[in-house]
Design a protein around this ligand. Structure first.
Ligand SMILES: [Zn+2]
Length: 87
């Protein structure tokens, strides 16, 4: 079972792995080069974890899974992760 959410909703899970405000993050897709605010990116949450996809080309940007008390973070589709320090 899969639940589609926007990146703002998904930000709660990676917050453990990304210790900054995810609403200030922009991601550039390695597949198509589009840069989008993290909050505008589609996220799919299910039992295995969270998959964040590019809203332009559907490339998998980030996968997050929690296994035995550890977070596994894979970012196969991120070319650049731009982290703002203020809004
Ligand atoms: Zn893309």
């Amino acid at each position: 079972m899969e639940m589609k959410l926007d990146g703002n909703a998904a930000a709660g899970i990676p917050q453990v792995t990304f210790p900054f405000d995810m609403t200030l993050v922009q991601a550039t897709c390695a597949g198509c080069g589009a840069t989008n605010a993290f909050g505008a990116i589609a996220a799919y949450m299910h039992g295995m974890g969270t998959v964040v996809r590019c809203q332009s080309c559907d490339t998998v940007l980030i996968r997050v899974a929690q296994v035995r008390g550890r977070y596994l973070l894979d970012m196969p589709g991120i070319r650049v992760l731009e982290i703002g320090t203020e809004s």
